[in-house]
Design a protein. Structure first.
Length: 243
């Protein structure tokens, strides 16, 4: 694939991911939404299915949608997609496309729920549509939560291509869903740097009444912890599996 084709593929897939993922949170939290109060199960299934759609949309480039996956594949010495070597230019193309796509998908969510964002609601709920945040703010343990969740995701991605079951995007969706249900409670499970950073940037720049601050003091956790978890998986999985 050309770098421009990779960029378009990853941008499209990551935009679909955040449009649908942020959208399910908006449906659950925002005033007068018909989906209001659907709860954590709705959110985790919604994000899982958003991953399903995004991976299909970006299937040609490997459907990374996540810098932790891209960096982990490079660290593991694996091609980023069939015939795409992990060069600096290729990695930069993946990461920039993912960030822009995540931002654009979040803007799309805002457009869909424009009138709902104008209704009075807690600022933390409006931020929660876009970005993750800890249930209990303790940066060290918040880092651990995101690290472990991403380790599970990326470890599965590295191993899955070497197992007999080839169910592709559906399997990724189910893994993300169970991570959300089991490990996502402490932080909201970003497990993806651009899934948090792109929408957080959108929250910061969009004209949302009563939105409050974008909580940049926490933003480094869902960026660095998933990257560290992905690298740890890339270094560890070859030691415990036959990949």
């Amino acid at each position: 694939m050309t770098l421009s084709a990779i960029f378009l593929s990853e941008l499209t897939g990551t935009a679909a991911l955040t449009l649908l993922g942020c959208g399910v949170v908006a449906a659950n939290l925002l005033p007068r939404s018909k989906g209001r109060g659907g709860g954590w199960v709705l959110i985790t299934f919604g994000w899982g299915l958003a991953v399903f759609v995004g991976v299909y949309a970006a299937f040609a480039s490997g459907g990374h949608l996540n810098p932790a996956v891209t960096v982990a594949l490079a660290v593991a010495g694996r091609d980023l997609a069939p015939g795409v070597a992990p060069t600096a230019a290729a990695i930069a193309t993946y990461l920039s496309a993912q960030l822009l796509g995540a931002f654009l998908g979040a803007v799309g969510c805002w457009l869909v729920y424009h009138d709902h964002f104008r209704e009075e609601a807690p600022a933390e709920d409006k931020l929660g549509v876009f970005a993750t945040g800890p249930a209990i703010r303790h940066y060290g343990w918040n880092f651990v939560s995101e690290f472990i969740g991403t380790f599970v995701l990326v470890g599965w991605v590295l191993v899955s291509g070497h197992t007999p079951a080839q169910i592709g995007p559906l399997a990724v969706a189910l893994v993300v869903t169970v991570i959300g249900m089991s490990l996502g409670g402490p932080t909201g499970y970003a497990i993806n740097p651009v899934r948090d950073l792109g929408p957080r940037l959108a929250h910061a720049v969009l004209p949302i009444p009563g939105k409050g601050a974008s909580d940049w003091a926490y933003a480094w956790i869902p960026i660095l912890a998933p990257l560290a978890g992905g690298v740890a998986a890339a270094l560890t999985m070859p030691l415990v599996t036959a990949i």
